[in-house]
Design a protein. Structure first.
Lengths: 129, 381
């Protein structure tokens, strides 16, 4: 699985794709693979303010629940409603199955996140030990 | 997403460990054992679960322990340390039972197999192996009966599902059609002579557990031969993840969850495996007192009405947020495509249809008390 180079990544395995003031957020292939079968995704409502580094929702597999951490701060403008009934789409297409869109408070926040190459290096180290 | 836990080198391994690794299983720490939690190659937990419900799946359960009690007083010893009535067992018959503390709470739950006139095999849980063996040894000293820890002698493989008998029959000369549930037999299996084959399991399905020598090469060969023989039936290798969801749907207790050293037999609802009418066993008098004073909590089955998954340890609340009990096991149930749980609550809240709330990340999520087991396999004629 390749990691899109126009995304930025967190060490908590979220991806974010910025486009001017707007950004789209999801979880990585590595995240969905570690979780296994995803059966529930809990996301904030449109209009919610999310804060970089803080939880904005959760994703549950059969085995476990994991928090979702905001890669950047902003206000939620759109939620992928499809995931309510088909959470398994995150397993099938993690980089296409976005979770939320936000209006970025500060687009420069994305600069501090990992590039695709850095993220791949990070997960390789994580898998190795 | 927090970082994924790495497994440590100090974990114990079964003889099939490298086989699991080679097959790409995801390994986790289970009670100090590095065990497969799921096989991505089999499609993961949900696919494994459904394979067992609709066809057949196989599990490495070699981490389970085995204690043999043999000698002239073996029956008396078994009767003293277990709550079911072992005197009712014919040779080659097995029963579900439990070892109890004097307070009537659980040392462990066990399957007791009567292998011969004065020879019994207790199959125990992985996490309680040492504790159980010490307990059995300590409490059977007064009997003329040897106690042997055979835990490391066997590779135990569970073959589970409605097609398990057809699969296994291809590999053994033992007549499986004549073997009833909770009975054992012996046969040549994959070329190995005199193999113990028990018609038992932990999935709510028909199935078998076989006990082969814990030699790595032999174990790997048998595992492979079962998978090959089962290909025509759609067999898949399964991990502990699906083992847990399968046993939860069938309401089979898990030590440390539904049963523990602080939970008694009545609370766990295991009355029918506890024979108060037999002469004597450890825990009997405390259980008689507990029975007279009434149960203060009971194990209830829950089905989530609102969206959310109840997980182990979550609080159970009433409509105004008062704490009524806690969840012992909770998960998405792959067969029902619903979220289910088992929870200890006061008996007055356990009536079927009663509405309760499970506290999920600070919020009360509605659930309904439902009948258990959630899953009962259709009986075939």
């Amino acid at each position: 699985m390749s990691y899109p180079t126009d995304f930025k990544y967190t060490k908590e395995h979220e991806w974010i794709k910025g486009d001017g003031k707007v950004a789209t957020i999801g979880i990585t292939h590595y995240a969905q693979d570690s979780l296994g079968d995803i059966v529930f995704v809990e996301l904030p409502k449109t209009g919610t303010q999310i804060t970089k580094g803080k939880t904005f929702g959760s994703v549950e597999s059969v085995k476990a629940v994991s928090d979702l951490y905001a890669p950047a701060s902003g206000v939620v403008t759109d939620v992928n409603a499809e995931l309510a009934n088909s959470p398994e789409k995150v397993n099938k297409d993690p980089h296409g199955s976005w979770m939320i869109k936000i209006n970025l408070q500060d687009p420069n926040e994305l600069n501090s996140l990992l590039s695709a190459a850095d993220y791949e290096k990070f997960i390789n180290e994580e898998t190795a030990h | 997403m927090p970082a994924v836990e790495a497994t440590t080198p100090t974990l114990r391994k079964t003889a099939l460990h490298s086989t699991h690794r080679q097959m790409g299983a995801k390994m986790v720490d289970f009670n100090g054992w590095e065990m497969p939690v799921e096989y991505p190659s089999a499609g993961g937990i949900i696919a494994e679960h459904m394979a067992v419900r609709t066809a057949v799946g196989i599990f490495d359960v070699s981490h389970m322990g085995d204690i043999r009690l043999a000698g002239p007083d073996a029956l008396a010893a078994v009767q003293h340390i277990s709550m079911n009535d072992a005197s009712r067992l014919a040779v080659n018959q097995a029963q579900y039972s439990a070892l109890l503390y004097p307070q009537g709470t659980f040392v462990d739950d066990v399957i007791i197999h009567r292998l011969a006139e004065h020879d019994y095999l207790l199959v125990i849980n992985a996490g309680t192996r040492e504790k159980d063996f010490d307990w059995v040894q300590e409490n059977t000293r007064q009997f003329d009966c040897g106690v042997e820890n055979l835990s490391d002698d066997f590779t135990q493989i569970a073959i589970q599902g409605r097609k398990a008998a057809r699969l296994l029959q291809k590999l053994t000369d033992a007549d499986l059609s004549g073997l009833r549930f909770y009975w054992v037999t012996y046969g040549t299996l994959c070329g190995l002579r005199n193999i113990l084959i028990a018609r038992t399991g932990y999935t709510g399905e028909d199935g078998f557990e076989i006990y082969i020598p814990s030699d790595e090469l032999v174990s790997a060969r048998v595992w492979q031969e079962i998978l090959e023989a089962g290909a025509e039936f759609g067999v898949v290798p399964c991990g502990l993840g699906s083992r847990n969801t399968l046993r939860l749907e069938a309401r089979l207790p898990l030590y440390g969850h539904e049963i523990s050293d602080t939970i008694n037999v009545w609370e766990a609802g295991l009355d029918r495996f506890c024979r108060m009418d037999k002469p004597e066993f450890i825990g009997q008098s405390a259980l008689a007192l507990a029975q007279a004073s009434g149960t203060k909590r009971t194990l209830a089955g829950l089905e989530m009405i609102e969206r959310g998954i109840a997980r182990d340890g979550y609080k159970v609340l009433d409509g105004v947020g008062r704490e009524l009990g806690y969840v012992t096991s909770g998960s998405y149930a792959p067969f029902f495509k619903k979220n289910i749980a088992l929870a200890y609550v006061a008996p007055e809240f356990s009536a079927l249809g009663n509405i309760l709330w499970v506290e999920i990340r600070g919020r009360g999520v509605q659930a309904r008390v439902v009948t258990t087991p959630f899953y009962k396999r259709p009986r075939t004629v």
